[in-house]
Design a binder for this molecule. Sequence first.
Ligand SMILES: Cc1cc2nc3c(=O)[nH]c(=O)nc-3n(C[C@H](O)[C@H](O)[C@H](O)COP(=O)(O)OP(=O)(O)OC[C@H]3O[C@@H](n4cnc5c(N)ncnc54)[C@H](O)[C@@H]3O)c2cc1C
Length: 394
Amino acid sequence: MRRTVFEPEHESYRQVVREFVNRHLAAQIDRHRREHSIDRQTWRTAGEFGLLGFFVPEDYGGGGATDFRFNAVQGEELSRLSYGYASAFGINTDIVAPYLLELTTEEQKQRWLPAFAAGETIASIAITEPGAGSDVLGIRTTAARDGSGWILNGAKTFITNGSSADLIIVAAKSEKDKASRSISLFVVETAVSPVGRGPSLQKVGQTEVETSELFFDNVYVDAANLLGEPGAGFGYMVERLAQERLSCAIASLGHARAALDETIEYVRQRSAFGQPIGSFQASRFRLAECQTMLDVATAWVDRCIDAHVGGELTPVDAAKAKLAATEVQNKVIDHCLQLHGGYGYMQEYRIAQAWQDARVTRIFGGTSEVMREIIGRSLSLSTQPSQKGVRDAS
Ligand SMILES: Cc1cc2nc3c(=O)[nH]c(=O)nc-3n(C[C@H](O)[C@H](O)[C@H](O)COP(=O)(O)OP(=O)(O)OC[C@H]3O[C@@H](n4cnc5c(N)ncnc54)[C@H](O)[C@@H]3O)c2cc1C
């Protein structure tokens, strides 16, 4: 079925992203994976291609796009090469950008957006802590008033781009009361307010992406770096989670589709018992099932993209998109690995890496269980009050 969600301008932008992927990322992915990091020059090149500022208004040096479909084609194309690139660049474009565009003062926009658009700023968002992931209201990092600024104390973990980030949105409780919803968001500029950083954590997959612990030991942040209103952070985060989830769903499907395309090619070439393995009925049935799961999930996700562009995407529909797309992605890629036989278990094969990269999508950005919890609440069944604060409370 022809996809109808994209217009010619989005397809033109797809070609730009594809050129960046083919000319720059494909040649460097092995090095990025070895070094567990995407180097600064690659970020700058992404900026030169317009990938990191297409949504920033032209007055601040960006491309002026206001349409999430550009984000969508970018996520699809990056994840076709590797989900890790969609994760790393997506933190800037799909997750941090809405905070910087929608919650900032004019002075803050002038200060942050031009470098952001140019690829000079690597961004992170630091919510998760060693003791609080799904349960966002359980965070213990504190922000205490100090003269004209704030003092941050606490620790964050699993922070994407964390080791290199120049700009980190940090969630902290402005009151010590653990039950309080009073979370504030701060934009920590690491050159001005140095933050302790652990080494990049050793992950199962997406090894080209930095994922780090961050430590705040009396870190001073100027009052001018508060994002929006003090104490309103939880609401700000909840409002932006739908886009984060949709973005994850889009990249998950792009990732799985690339794996399926490569596997179809593989089973055409590889023979057993004197015939291509793709000609066995078991292989054809499995690939047919994968193709169907992907096409059906894509239809829902495309519908959600459409709804998001129209300002109508609900948290429940975004949760369905993330749940369905990430579960389909993991099933499809596992079947694809099986069809590669022993070669699928070898690191040098892209399918092995895709299999490792995919596993986390059912965990980050809200786990599959939390997605089911959000969707389940919409069914007017009884809920447990103690679960009202899950990373996703709606
Ligand atoms: C590679 C990676 C990158 C990440 N990047 C970032 C980042 O950039 N910034 C950031 O802030 N965070 C980031 N995270 C953190 C991520 O969002 C959390 O790991 C995720 O929200 C789950 O939290 P947790 O790991 O503490 O698990 P927990 O919350 O401890 O959950 C453990 C298990 O309990 C289940 N569970 C928890 N609550 C419920 C419930 N109410 N109902 C049913 N089951 C439940 C979960 O589904 C899970 O199976 C990242 C994580 C990873 C692995």
